[in-house]
Ligand binder design. Structure first.
Ligand SMILES: CCCCCCCC/C=C\CCCCCCCCCCCCCC(=O)SCCNC(=O)CCNC(=O)[C@H](O)C(C)(C)COP(=O)(O)OP(=O)(O)OC[C@H]1O[C@@H](n2cnc3c(N)ncnc32)[C@H](O)[C@@H]1OP(=O)(O)O
Ligand SMILES: Cc1cc2nc3c(=O)[nH]c(=O)nc-3n(C[C@H](O)[C@H](O)[C@H](O)COP(=O)(O)OP(=O)(O)OC[C@H]3O[C@@H](n4cnc5c(N)ncnc54)[C@H](O)[C@@H]3O)c2cc1C
Length: 664
C-alpha cells in the first residue's frame, strides 16, 4: 500500500468482481481478435520508444512542441518503413503517437482528395510521391472569411489558354486560406479549393493541386505567402499542428493540376462536366467525417477510462465512526453521470465500425457508377460527426469534473485531452446537415416512395405516427424492440412536425430558416436513433466470451434510456410515451447502474489502452495514483528552483516594503 491512503490493490479487487471475460470484450470492442492483436502490438511499440514520450508535452513552448512533432512524425515514418508496417499498422502507430500533426492531413485529406477527385492519370502522377513522403500535402479549403459556406470561397483559379495554365489568386484579405492543418510550416503541396474561371465565366468551387514550397530548401515559391495562424486553446493539445495561412499573388500552375475527375477544362478553355455528381467534390469530407466518428469513441473511452479507474481509487466520506471511506464510484450520482458516458463510448465505437462499413460500401458503389447511396452516406457522416463530437467534448469535460480537483491538473491528462479534442466539434462543420435529407425523405414518403437504409423506418409512417408504447414495468424497457419503437416514433414525429410547419411558411427557404432550431432537434433525434439501432444490431451478432453480450446489453439499455431521460420532453411532447413510462425508464436506469458497478473497471480495461496512450496519472492501470501525482508535481519547471525566478525583482522588495511599513 502506498503512503497516505492510496490503494493500488484497489483496482485488482475491482477486476476480480467482473462478471464477464475481459479478453472477449476486447475483441468485441476492437472488432476482431486480429484487431486486438495489431492494436496491442502497435500501442506497445509506441509506448516503449523514448522518442514518443509525451509526459512533458504541456510544458513545451510552441516552437519546441512543433519541433517535437516533426521529430515524432519522421521517426514514426522511419519505423513504418523499417518494420514494413501495413497501412492498418501504420495508422494505429499514428494514433498511438497521439500528437496531431501534418501527417493527419496528408493521409486523412490530401491523399483522399486526389484519390476521390483526381483522374487515373493524376492519381498515377501524384499518389506515389505522396505515399513515399516525397511531397507533403494538406487540404486548403477554408478561408479567413468563409468556412461553412464553401460556395462562398473567394480564391480564384483563372484559366489562361495562352499558357495552358491556371492563375491562382487571393483577391481579398478574406480570401486568405486560413486554418488548414499542416499548411503553416510543413506542407510542400496543397489541394486548394478555388473558384474556377474560364472564358470569363465563374464555374464555382473546384480542387487544384498547388505546390507551395521548394522541394530543395522548403522556402515558399514565388507569389506564395505562408505562415502559421497562431497559438490555439490549451497547453500542448492542438498546438502541435501548424494550422496555416496562405495567400496567392497570381501563382501559375499547369492546367493538368486541376483535379479533373468531376469536371475538366479543355486545352481551349472549355468547361466540361462529366456524369459524376458534383457533390463528389465534398467526398473527402465524407471520408474524414467517418474517421472523426471513429475518433470520438477513442477520445471518449480514454476520458471514461481515466474517470472510472480514478473513481474506484478515490475515497471520500462515508464512514461515521472513523472506518474506511467510500470509493466515489459507489456514489449513485457518480454512477449516473459516469456510466452513461461509458455506455456512449461503446455505442460510438459500434456506430463508428458500422459507418466505416457504410463508407466502404458507398465507395465500391461509386466505383461502379452507382451514386444512389451517396445522399444517405453524406447525411449519416455529417450527422453522426456532429452529434458524436459535441457529446464527446461535453463528456470529456464531465469526466474532468468527476475527477474533482486532481482532474484539473495537466498530469490527469484530461485538460489536454479536452483541448485537443474540442476543435473536432468545429472542423468539418458543426451543422447537422441531415435535416434537409430528412425533409426530402418525408416528402418522398408522402408520395409513396419506400425509403431504405437508415431512413427505412420512415416508411412505417402509419404505425409510427400513432403508436403508443406498451411498456408497463421498468423491466419492459429491457426489450430492444420497445426502445427502438419509441426512438423511431420520436424521430419521425419530430421530422413530420417540421415538414408540416415548413409547408405553412411563405416559402420553403423561409420555412427552413425559421424552423432551423426545430430541424436541428429533429436531426439529432434521427442520429440518436441510428446510434441506438446500430448498438441493438451489434447485439444480434454472435458475440463470444462468457458474459460479454450480457454486459453489452446492459450498456445498450443504459445508452438508450439515458437519452430518453435527457430528452424526455421530446418523447412526451410527441406523445410517444407517458410520464409514467418515462419514470419507469429512470427506475430501470438506477438498477442497471448498480449492475454495471462491479464490472466498471473491467469494462474500461477492455479498451486495452497502455498507460502511455492514456497519458494520465489518475488513469494508471495499477491504480498507484498518489505517489505518481506527487512525483509528477516535482517535474514542473516552477520546481526547478526552490526560490522562484523573480523573487529578487518582485517578491523580495514587496516583502521588505511591507516589513518596513509594519515597523512604522
Ligand atoms: C506517421 C505516418 C503515418 C502513416 C499512416 C499511414 C496510413 C494512414 C491512413 C489513414 C490516416 C487517416 C487519418 C485521419 C486523420 C483525420 C484528422 C482530421 C483532422 C481535422 C481535419 C479538418 C479538416 C477540415 O476542417 S477541412 C474543411 C471542412 N469544411 C467543412 O466541413 C465545411 C462545412 N460545410 C459544409 O459541409 C456545407 O454545408 C456544404 C459544403 C455541404 C454546403 O455546400 P453547398 O452550399 O454547395 O451545399 P448544400 O448544402 O446546398 O448541398 C448541395 C447538395 O449537396 C449535398 N451534399 C452536401 N455535402 C455533401 C457531401 N459531403 N457529400 C455528398 N453530398 C453532399 C447536399 O445534400 C445537397 O444535396 P441535394 O440533393 O439536396 O441538392
Ligand atoms: C483545429 C481546426 C483544424 C482545421 N483544419 C482545417 C483544414 O485542414 N482544412 C480546411 O480547409 N479547414 C480546416 N479547418 C476549418 C474548419 O473546417 C472550419 O472552421 C469549419 O468548417 C467551420 O467554419 P467556420 O470556422 O467558418 O465557422 P462559421 O461558419 O463562421 O461558424 C460560426 C457559427 O455560425 C454557425 N453557422 C454557420 N453557418 C450556418 C448556417 N447556415 N446555419 C446556421 N448556423 C450557421 C455555426 O454553426 C457556428 O455556430 C479547421 C478548423 C479548426 C478549428
Amino acid at each position: 500500500m502506498a503512503d497516505g491512503g492510496g490503494e493500488p490493490d484497489q483496482l485488482a479487487g475491482e477486476r476480480a468482481t467482473a462478471q464477464f471475460d475481459v479478453d472477449g470484450m476486447k475483441v468485441a470492442w476492437a472488432g476482431s481478435r486480429h484487431a486486438v492483436e495489431v492494436a496491442d502490438r502497435m500501442a506497445r511499440l509506441v509506448a516503449s520508444d523514448p522518442v514518443f514520450r509525451k509526459d512533458t508535452r504541456t510544458m513545451l513552448s510552441r516552437k519546441e512542441l512543433f519541433k517535437d512533432t516533426l521529430k515524432k512524425a519522421a521517426h514514426a515514418w522511419k519505423r513504418i518503413v523499417e518494420l514494413r508496417l501495413t497501412e492498418e499498422e501504420a495508422n494505429l502507430l499514428r494514433l498511438y503517437v497521439d500528437q496531431p500533426g501534418y501527417v493527419d492531413l496528408h493521409w486523412g485529406m490530401f491523399v483522399p482528395a486526389i484519390k476521390g477527385q483526381g483522374t487515373e492519370e493524376q492519381q498515377k502522377k501524384w499518389l506515389p510521391m505522396a505515399y513515399k513522403f516525397q511531397i507533403i500535402g494538406c487540404y486548403a479549403q477554408t478561408e479567413l472569411g468563409h468556412g461553412s459556406n464553401v460556395q462562398g470561397l473567394e480564391t480564384t483559379a483563372t484559366f489562361d489558354p495562352s499558357a495552358d495554365e491556371f492563375v491562382m489568386h487571393s483577391p481579398t484579405l478574406t480570401s486568405s486560406k486560413w486554418w488548414p492543418g499542416g499548411l503553416g510550416k510543413a506542407s510542400t503541396h496543397a489541394v486548394v479549393y478555388a473558384r474556377l474561371i474560364t472564358e470569363g465565366k465563374d464555374y464555382g468551387i473546384h480542387g487544384f493541386i498547388v505546390q507551395l514550397r521548394s522541394l530543395d530548401d522548403h522556402s515558399p515559391l514565388p507569389g506564395v505567402t505562408l505562415g502559421d495562424i497562431g497559438g490555439k486553446f490549451g497547453s500542448g493539445a492542438y498546438n502541435s499542428m501548424d494550422n496555416g495561412v496562405l495567400r496567392f499573388d497570381h501563382v501559375r500552375i499547369p492546367r493538368d493540376q486541376m483535379l479533373m475527375r468531376l469536371s475538366q477544362v479543355t486545352r481551349e478553355g472549355k468547361y466540361v462536366h462529366s456524369d459524376v455528381p458534383k457533390q463528389l467534390l465534398y467526398g473527402t469530407m465524407v471520408y474524414v467525417r467517418q474517421t472523426i466518428v471513429a475518433d470520438a469513441s477513442k477520445a471518449l473511452s480514454r476520458a471514461v477510462c481515466i474517470a472510472v479507474r480514478y473513481s474506484a481509487i478515490r475515497k471520500q466520506f462515508g464512514s461515521q465512526d472513523g472506518g474506511p471511506e467510500t470509493q466515489v464510484l459507489n456514489y449513485k450520482t457518480q454512477q449516473s453521470r459516469l456510466f452513461p458516458l461509458l455506455a456512449s463510448a461503446y455505442a460510438y465505437r459500434f456506430v463508428g465500425q458500422w459507418l466505416k462499413w457504410l463508407y466502404t460500401d458507398v465507395t465500391q458503389k461509386l466505383e461502379a457508377k452507382d451514386y444512389s447511396t451517396l445522399p444517405e452516406a453524406h447525411a449519416c457522416t455529417a450527422g453522426l460527426k456532429s452529434v458524436t463530437t459535441s457529446a464527446t467534448a461535453d463528456a470529456i469535460e464531465e469526466c474532468r469534473k468527476l475527477c474533482g480537483g486532481h482532474g484539473y491538473l495537466n498530469s490527469s491528462g484530461l485538460p489536454e485531452l479536452f483541448a485537443v479534442y474540442v476543435p473536432a466539434c468545429t472542423y468539418e462543420g458543426d451543422n447537422v446537415q441531415v435535416a434537409r435529407f430528412l425533409m426530402k425523405t418525408v416528402a418522398q414518403v408522402a408520395t409513396g416512395k419506400q425509403p431504405v437504409g437508415t431512413i427505412a423506418y420512415m416508411g412505417n409512417i402509419q404505425h409510427l405516427m400513432q403508436c403508443k408504447s406498451a411498456v408497463n414495468t421498468a423491466e419492459d424497457w429491457l426489450n430492444p424492440a420497445a426502445i427502438k419503437e419509441v426512438f423511431e416514433a420520436r424521430a419521425l414525429r419530430m421530422a413530420v412536425n417540421c415538414a408540416q410547419n415548413i409547408s405553412k411558411a411563405p416559402s420553403q427557404e423561409e420555412g427552413f430558416s425559421e424552423l432551423s432550431p426545430d430541424l436541428l432537434e429533429a436531426a439529432v433525434a434521427h442520429v440518436q436513433l441510428i446510434i441506438v439501432t446500430k448498438f441493438i444490431e451489434k447485439l444480434q451478432e454472435d458475440i463470444p466470451g462468457p458474459g460479454v453480450k450480457e454486459q453489452l446489453q446492459k450498456l445498450c439499455s443504459i445508452y438508450a434510456l439515458h437519452l430518453l431521460h435527457k430528452h424526455l420532453g421530446d418523447f412526451l411532447s410527441t406523445g410517444c410515451i407517458t410520464a409514467r413510462q418515462g419514470a419507469l425508464a429512470n427506475e430501470l436506469l438506477g438498477k442497471l447502474y448498480a449492475q454495471v458497478r462491479p464490472n466498471a473497471v473491467a469494462l474500461v480495461d477492455a479498451f486495452d489502452y497502455t498507460d502511455h496512450y492514456l497519458g494520465s496519472v489518475l488513469g494508471r492501470y495499477d491504480g498507484d495514483v498518489y505517489p505518481a501525482l506527487y512525483e509528477e508535481a516535482w517535474k514542473d519547471p516552477l520546481n526547478e528552483t526552490v526560490v522562484p525566478d523573480g523573487y529578487q525583482e518582485h517578491l523580495r522588495p514587496l516583502l521588505k516594503q511591507q516589513l518596513k511599513l509594519s515597523r512604522l
